[in-house]
Design a protein around this ligand. Structure first.
Ligand SMILES: C[S@@+](CC[C@H](N)C(=O)[O-])C[C@H]1O[C@@H](n2cnc3c(N)ncnc32)[C@H](O)[C@@H]1O
Length: 309
């Protein structure tokens, strides 16, 4: 099995992570099917170590099986966990400092391909959408139990869907909703007559998935923790797939790469903020056309990277 054409921005990630011939400790915070990890392992020096985290046990097991066939696999440690707990995961492994970390955010192709997980609006499935099948909140809970105001907030903030009020109203009137296709039909009814290039359910499904997995909350917490764990000169590389994620990364990197976070920087600064990183990408990197032809999912990818001071 080859992941060469599947792992997004692979060459760029390897170059920016700077793991080549390194004997340091690296973390793949979103192991997925192991595509990035396998190449990082190949690049590392003889004593370099890689920790691969995923909250989806099935992906973790599949990736671990794949990586067992990769040279250097004995220096790879798979961990079932959420990257929001990065500090605890590293402490459990007796690791106090790392030299690089990569996040390739969101869901994997396996999630959409698995008709039973409920990520795809075109595949009939129960409303689940949990990346971690052991976590509590499901898409059915959000769709059937959230109050109108909360449902509207989720659809507006995480879907950036301006018909949020009407969609929430249609959902509430049609409760209980049990399957993905039923939900997609209700959203399509709420948006009837609107001309859009994408499926009318796309943004709402994204919104519910983000809520179910607290994707943005986990990212914010983990980015903070990653900087605490990195050695000076250590690198953090983040690949995001929608503007909400990219905004978090961009703002975090912007504030950590300056000595001052005051609103008016011309005043004498008293905020006490200290620069902790240098940006390695002034603007986000995006995939070349050759990559998006081979892997359409890469089209919306944005990569940002920074180095700890
Ligand atoms: C886009 S895929 C990664 C693909 C991987 N880089 C590869 O090359 O195969 C994202 C993976 O991150 C996992 N994931 C998403 N959020 C997570 C979180 N907060 N903690 C741990 N894993 C997470 C998902 O389960 C999924 O397997």
């Amino acid at each position: 099995m080859s992941f060469e054409h599947k792992s997004v921005l692979l060459k760029e990630t390897l170059a920016l992570l700077n793991a080549g011939s390194s004997n340091g400790i690296y973390v793949d915070a979103t192991l997925g099917l192991g595509g990035h990890s396998a190449e990082i392992l190949r690049a590392l020096g003889p004593d370099g170590r890689l920790i691969g985290i995923d909250c989806d046990r099935r992906n973790l097991e599949q990736a671990a099986a794949f990586i067992r066939k990769t040279p250097g696999h004995e220096r790879f440690t798979p961990v079932k966990g959420n990257f929001r707990d990065l500090d605890v995961i590293l402490a459990d492994l007796n690791i106090s400092e790392i030299d690089g970390i990569i996040y390739d955010l969101g869901v994997s192709s396996a999630h959409f391909d698995d008709g039973l997980r409920g990520f795809s609006f075109s595949k009939e499935a129960p409303l689940d959408m949990r990346l971690d099948a052991e976590s509590a909140l499901t898409a059915a809970d959000v769709v059937n139990n959230y109050r109108a105001a909360d449902l509207e907030r989720v659809i507006r903030e995480y879907g950036e869907e301006y018909k949020y009020r009407k969609i929430a109203d249609y959902i509430i009137k049609n409760r209980p909703i049990t399957t993905t296709t039923q939900l997609a039909g209700i959203i399509a009814n709420a948006k009837r007559g609107m001309k859009e290039k994408i499926n009318p359910a796309t943004k709402v499904f994204q919104a519910i998935r983000i809520e179910v997995n607290d994707e943005l909350g986990a990212l914010k917490i983990s980015l903070e923790k990653s900087l605490k764990a990195l050695n000076p000169g250590g690198r953090v590389v983040v690949i995001s797939f929608h503007s909400l994620e990219d905004r978090i990364v961009k703002r975090f990197f912007a504030s950590e790469s300056t000595d001052c976070v005051c609103e008016n920087k011309r005043l004498e600064c008293a905020c006490g903020h200290k620069q902790s990183i240098n940006l390695l990408t002034k603007k986000a990197l995006t995939p070349q056309e050759e990559e998006t032809v081979l892997n359409p999912r890469a089209r919306s990818a944005k990569l940002r990277a920074a180095e700890k001071i």
